[in-house]
Design a protein around this ligand. Sequence first.
Ligand code: ZN
Length: 238
Amino acid sequence: MSGEGLEAMRSKIPKWETELWSYISCGNGMSCPLYNHCRIRERGGCCPSDEREHLNQLLDETQYNPHSFDFIRSECGCGGPGRVFQLVEMLAQQCLKLGKAHYPPVPTGLVKIFDQQHTIEIRQLPLKAYHGAIWRWKDRWVIQLKEGDSSATKRFTLFHEAFHILAHRRTTPVFSKVGSMVGRFNELLADEFATCILMPRECIEENWVKVRDLDRMAEIFDVPKSAICLRLRQLGLI
Ligand SMILES: [Zn+2]
């Protein structure tokens, strides 16, 4: 499909996607805008936004320890993911569909569809404090990735940053604050987006039944072992 075709399809933003961007726009970026009336929390389930620091550390593959994932409860135990997370997963699924990425590993070239009117340039730099960053430079986006990271970590960072591009495009033109780019909660959503796009639910379930091996799964999906571990726990598979 031509670039124009894709944009035309996307210009008609589905209702659920508008719902997602409206939450992101009205929130402060730091905590979930639905936190106070979250049904999952009412049922005693856990909100990933309460465990953000933990989750972020877990994704650091250099610190990988399988037991540090024990605290994560599967979403099946608390009636599925919260609404905002559900919508982020739908967004990831939509991107996979538009980019015709049906099998793992998801190609990194998919990031092109996140903004077809502007070039998305990827630069590898010796970053110190972060794994990645995103800049809007004149007519292009620049995604910076930490040079020393493994290729699997870079892939995760790439899709994390790509989520910020989408959020920026969908929220900033309408709402003047830059809430879509900053804040702990938005970082969590970006991680969730990267998780869902690189490790689509059905694909993970299908492959896990066949291989039942973390290393092999990390290879198939070309993601850090820590990310696979997190996803499998989230889906209640381990
Ligand atoms: Zn981020």
